[in-house]
Design a protein. Sequence first.
Length: 385
Amino acid sequence: MFNFEFHNPTRIVFGQDRLKELNRLVPADAKVLILFGGGSVKQFGTLDKVRQALGNRNLIEFGGIEPNPRYSTLMRAVEVVRGEKIDFLLAVGGGSVMDGTKFIALAARYGGNAEDILTGKAKPAQLSAAVALATVVTLPATGSEMNSGGVISHQGGKFVFFSPLVFPQFSILDPTLTFTLPPTQVANGVIDTFIHTVEQYVTLPAEGRFQDRTAEGILRTLIEIGPATVADPSDYDARANLMWCATNALNGLIGAGAPQDWTTHMIGHELTALFGIDHAKTLAVLQPAVWTVCKEQKRAKLLQYADRVWDLREGSEDNRIDEAIARTRAFFEGLGVSTRLGSYGVAADRIDDVVRALETHGMTALGEKRQVTLEVSRRILEEAL
């Protein structure tokens, strides 16, 4: 197991009818900016419930944060924070709203060009303050409610940032707030959680036994409850398990002391930026292809995955690995999500565009051993057609 330092200060408030806890958890004298995406939080009454729970606090709202939140939109919110002297941010939504809120929290207190936060030019000493923030989760997927990172879209690319200053102070996870989600968004959440887990698990053996067993528990749970929670949105127990899996897949626990990959995510970001494909759908397309192309370097963990997640113990090593990949693909397809690029209108003649974008953004040595070169990425994309 690798050396690691693990710290996660986010308080989780989980269960039914927990929005009332906002009154206890948000400072009574806070000037609060409520941030959200489209109209669903208004349409289904979540925003009204949040306002009611916050009582007589001074509230301002900022809506319209996009899926794959745009820098330009978030900078408008930064101006609101500065102009209105906001001292508490409350994200009500899914991963995009939460990620955008984290960026706003940093950018509002940063003295330089906010683009520096995305490009890595902002030094830790310069990122010394952030606006306090918390979240109300309405879409279980990204785990952003309990981590310190985010992904922002800007100038045709997707940029990842991290800062310990933007761990949410608390996050409210009420599974009933997700009952109105369209099936495709629920399927996306299941897949996003699944891929977050395997990016930290199907890598290299590192004697992280607790991390491996926890990851395997998440994966097996998703396989059990994924179809049920897509088919029946009011199945509280299935949806509750999805929410808690999503949070624990990316709160740092299973990745502590373990090698990590993220090839699928980095290539997927370019597919979203270029073609507008949902983030989770890019992951469903790419993960089977990554494993097929990188089978040799991942052999030991793919065999472990085949054994412990899919109960495959008979036949040759290659047959077990191939069957595990096939079952993973079938699981995604069973959720109603295609695993082929062609289904999203991306043909072979666009692969060069994706590879160029990877090169432009410095994604030239990906994977747990940094062996995924641009040529390997090309082979992955070809496998995914």
